[in-house]
Design a protein around this ligand. Structure first.
Ligand code: IMP
Ligand code: MG
Length: 186
């Protein structure tokens, strides 16, 4: 089957505006990020990689395999009510890990930073648990927010201001299983 037919099979016939990042581009960048993260923590201190569900699930699973140092994985589930193409301000934790933070390097893994609302709620909650360090790693950064509570230390791609789907990112829960990142025809 040609690629475009496979894509249509995955989207149930909905056409994409364009492919923004191919599978190959994503894999190469995720590999680089993993190496950069490992190099930034040469010491023996334990590391906890915290994936923010659901959007980060594919990125996280690829990323941790490229971080060539010991680490542990846990997840956060946050809900920002609303299912369309905009983020609402109300961020709630639906699942909260009971993992130890003290003396650990904690890395929060996000799919995309858009308005920064999610980060502004999560960073203070995580800091309260006194990790040794707390850094943010995001696959995509739209650079929209001018007052981010914390700039991500690792950014996969500076993303265009379009609504992106695939590789974990959804539109009303659809399209997370696309192996590339695309934008939707509006
Ligand atoms: P923020 O709180 O506005 O920074 O947005 C963060 C969350 O909104 C992300 O974790 C995504 O779940 C969602 N989001 C923002 N922009 C997009 C997009 O372009 N595609 C899919 N989800 C998005
Ligand atoms: Mg979402």
């Amino acid at each position: 089957m040609p690629d475009s037919d496979l894509t249509l099979a995955r989207t149930g016939g909905r056409e994409l505006q364009r492919i923004v990042y191919t599978e190959e581009q994503i894999a190469a960048r995720v590999r680089e990020m993993g190496r950069e993260i490992a190099a930034a923590y040469p010491g023996p201190e334990p590391m906890l990689v915290l994936g923010l569900l659901k959007g980060s699930f594919i990125f996280l699973s690829d990323l941790v395999r490229e971080i060539t140092r010991p680490l542990q994985v846990d997840f956060l589930v946050a809900s920002s009510y609303g299912s369309g193409t905009t983020t609402s301000g109300n961020v709630q934790l639906l699942y909260d890990p009971n993992a130890e933070f003290e003396d650990r390097h904690v890395i929060l893994v996000e799919d995309i930073v858009d308005s920064g609302t999610t980060l502004s709620r999560l960073v203070p909650m995580l800091e309260e648990r006194r990790p040794k360090t707390l850094e943010i790693c995001t696959l995509l950064h739209k650079h929209i927010a001018t007052d981010l509570i914390r700039e991500p230390r690792w950014v996969g791609f500076d993303a265009p201001h379009e609504f992106l789907i695939g590789y974990g990112l959804d539109h009303s829960e659809d399209y997370r299983n696309l192996p590339f990142i695309g934008s939707l025809k509006t």
